[in-house]
Design a protein around this ligand. Structure first.
Ligand code: AMP
Length: 246
C-alpha cells in the first residue's frame, strides 16, 4: 500500500504542490475509470490509488473543493460549473477542459494517475488524447464499471458523505455505527445535493446520452476492460486488478 497524496496540485490547480510526493512504482499505471454515477467508481479509484500508487484525478472533486472554498476567490466559470453540478447536469466541455489543461502536469505524475469522472463526453476524450500526446504519456487501460440501472438508483439515493473527511456510507449497505455520524472522524453525514432524486434523474440521462458512447470510443482503441460493479468494494477491486492483468 502506498501513502495517499493530498492531491493539492490537482484539487487547487495553479502553482499548488502536493505535500506528499508519490513513490515511483516499477510500473506506473495510467488509467481512465468509466461508469455511471453510483457504480462505486470513486471507491474503486481510492482502492486502486492506495494499491497502485497512482494519483486519483477526479474532476468532480475539483468542483466540490471549489464549492467549499471562498466564493470571492472563484472565477465566474467555476461558479457557473458549480451551478451545473448542483442540478446534476454536466459542466460544459470548455470549462472542464480548461480545468484539466491547467492541471496537465498531473498527467506526468511519477506515481501514474487514475482519471475519475473525466472524460465524460467524446469531445473530452478527444481533447484528453491530444493532451496525453503533448505530455508524452500513454493510457494503459480504461476500466468501465457496469451495473443495472435500478441498482444504481438505489445506491445513489442511500449514499451519505461525511462533511469533514468525505468518507462515503450507505444507509443500507454500509451504515455508520451511529446514524448521521461519520465512523472515522465524527463529522456529520450529509446527502450530496446531486444525490437527491431530481438530480439523480438528470445525471443518469446525461450519462446515457454523453458518457456511454465513450465505451465504444475506447473499445475501438483496444483499451476498454469491463468490470462488473456488483458485490462488495473488495470483490469489485479484485475484479479490477484481474481486468488490468487481462
Ligand atoms: P462526479 O463526482 O464525478 O459524479 O461529478 C460530480 C458532478 O461534477 C457531475 O454531476 C457534473 O456536474 C460535474 N462534472 C464532473 N466531472 C465532469 C466532466 N468531466 N464533465 C462534465 N461535468 C463534470
Amino acid at each position: 500500500m502506498t501513502a495517499k497524496t493530498d492531491r493539492a496540485a490537482w484539487l487547487k490547480g495553479g502553482t499548488a504542490e502536493c505535500s506528499v510526493e508519490p513513490a515511483a512504482p516499477d510500473r506506473p499505471y495510467r488509467l481512465v475509470l468509466l461508469g455511471a454515477p453510483g457504480v462505486g467508481k470513486g471507491t474503486q479509484a481510492e482502492l486502486l490509488s492506495r494499491n497502485l500508487g497512482a494519483c486519483q484525478l477526479s474532476t468532480g472533486d475539483v468542483f466540490r473543493a471549489a464549492k467549499s472554498s471562498d466564493a470571492c476567490e472563484r472565477s465566474p466559470k467555476l461558479n457557473e460549473a458549480i451551478e451545473f453540478m448542483r442540478r446534476g447536469a454536466l459542466v460544459p466541455d470548455e470549462t472542464v477542459l480548461g480545468i484539466v489543461r491547467e492541471r496537465a502536469r498531473c498527467l506526468r505524475c511519477r506515481g501514474g494517475f487514475l482519471l475519475d469522472g473525466f472524460p465524460r463526453t467524446v469531445a473530452q476524450a478527444e481533447a484528453l488524447s491530444e493532451l496525453l500526446r503533448q505530455e508524452r504519456v500513454d493510457l494503459d487501460a480504461v476500466l468501465s464499471y457496469e451495473l443495472p440501472i435500478e441498482r444504481i438508483i438505489s445506491r445513489l439515493g442511500g449514499r451519505r458523505t461525511c462533511e469533514k473527511c468525505k468518507a462515503v456510507f450507505h444507509v443500507e449497505s454500509i451504515p455508520p455505527k451511529k446514524e448521521g455520524v461519520c465512523d472515522h472522524c465524527g463529522g456529520q453525514l450529509i446527502q450530496r445535493e446531486d444525490d437527491r432524486p431530481e438530480s439523480i434523474r438528470v445525471r443518469m440521462e446525461a450519462y446515457e446520452r454523453s458518457t456511454r458512447p465513450l465505451a465504444d470510443y475506447y473499445a475501438a482503441q483496444g483499451l476498454l476492460r469491463t468490470v462488473s460493479a456488483e458485490g462488495s468494494p473488495e470483490a469489485i477491486f479484485q475484479r479490477s486488478l484481474e481486468a488490468l492483468n487481462r
